[in-house]
Ligand binder design. Structure first.
Ligand SMILES: [Zn+2]
Length: 291
């Protein structure tokens, strides 16, 4: 259930290899008892419900990080101010995803209900470079936006970095919704490289001790590789729907599952916003052109 990282910091392993909608958590077992993220599986959550958790920190607003917040009625919930509104409100959660932008509000509602997520209060908003003092354990907040606006990583002693959804999978960074920002994502991954942690705790890949710089580098490059494919596809003007059909982001969507198709479209939209910002692409009516 737990893996001890040092005297006070414990890795909490989620079931099903932390595949969605699960994610690993971190337990700070100190004068103040802290749990980072609450989607680590019911058995783990039941343990924490029996032990007085003082503070829950959400690394970001996603359903697979806030799932069981609502069960901890005595704990304070902390999150970055830019993600807190989407934790507090199902409507804002759907707005952050961008379901309404493509008239998919109903799909958004189905998705929210399917995940089992529930809105919860956020009692305290954390910010970049803040040092959180839990006794022996001091935690530095690193605001690392891109995946979501208020995504945070947490740096602790012994070079332990809880990197949340800068999660170092071979798929690469996920930015399939309206609130993602690729320039921010790139900067955030580079910040993790600069910090040069000794250990990364990834929400979906667990404890990583080997080849950390190389893995961060490869992870970052996946953004650039997808961007290159998008640019080469724009040798002729294309609409967002035509670009979506190329499945550049996911590579493959089985049976063209509607939710994944929307995320594909949003990811391409997010890429296009970056390329327009870089003055490499322009939009005229529904068509995107290389400049
Ligand atoms: Zn996430």
């Amino acid at each position: 259930m737990f893996q001890t990282l040092n005297n006070t910091i414990k890795f909490v392993e989620a079931p099903d290899r932390a595949r969605f909608p699960y994610a690993h958590s971190l337990f700070i077992d100190d004068e103040v008892q802290v749990l980072i993220d609450t989607s680590c599986g019911r058995t783990n959550i039941d343990y924490f419900l029996d032990h007085d958790i003082d503070i829950i920190i959400n690394s970001h607003f996603h359903e697979d990080h806030i799932m069981n917040n609502h069960l901890f009625s005595k704990a304070e919930i902390w999150a970055h101010g830019l993600d807190a509104p989407a934790i507090r409100s199902e409507e804002i959660f759907a707005d952050y995803y961008g379901f309404s932008k493509f008239n998919e509000e109903h799909l958004g509602k189905l998705f929210y209900d399917w995940t089992g997520a529930k809105s919860s209060p956020v009692h305290h908003e954390i910010s970049h470079d803040q040092i959180l003092d839990f006794g022996k354990t001091k935690v530095q907040v690193l605001h690392t936006p891109g995946h979501t606006p208020g995504h945070c990583c947490f740096l602790m002693e012994d070079g332990i970095l809880f990197s949340s959804d800068i999660e170092l999978s071979s798929f690469g960074p996920w930015y399939g919704h309206l609130c993602s920002n690729l320039d921010d994502y790139i900067k955030s991954i580079k910040l993790c490289m600069e910090i040069n942690p000794s250990i990364i705790i990834s929400s979906h890949r667990g404890i990583i001790k080997e080849d950390i710089q190389k893995r961060l580098h490869n992870y970052l490059n996946i953004i650039y590789q997808k961007e290159e494919r998008l640019i080469s596809s724009l040798k002729q003007p294309m609409t967002l729907d035509q670009l979506t059909d190329l499945v550049i982001f996911y590579g493959e969507i089985k049976n063209y599952f509607r939710l994944f198709k929307m995320w594909e479209k949003m990811a391409i939209f997010v890429h296009l916003q970056r390329l327009i910002g870089l003055d490499e692409v322009k939009q005229v009516d529904d068509y995107y052109y290389l400049k």
